[in-house]
Design a protein. Sequence first.
Length: 108
Amino acid sequence: MSNNAIEKIRDAEWSAKKLLEKAQEEVIFLRNESRKKCTETCEEIIQNALQNAEKIKCKYQEEGEKIAKPIFEEAEENISKIRNIEEGVLNSVVDSIVERIVSSNGDS
């Protein structure tokens, strides 16, 4: 074989080696980029899910407060009515209840 053919073979081998090295570098780069994009996408999905969860939580909290508001208002009115009962009326009712309890126990 001539020196020229040997040189061409060496050049071809060197070119092939360089192509393989470049391909391996590109594989590493692409793998890293894929991991990075995957991580970013996962973080974005998680953030969106958290935002949606917060919106849903607020929505149902508002609905619960709308349902509870009239109940609390009615309870406050009842408490206010009880607090505003005159002491004499309250004592009269208490005496009446005590009398019924005592008389029913006395009959047995």
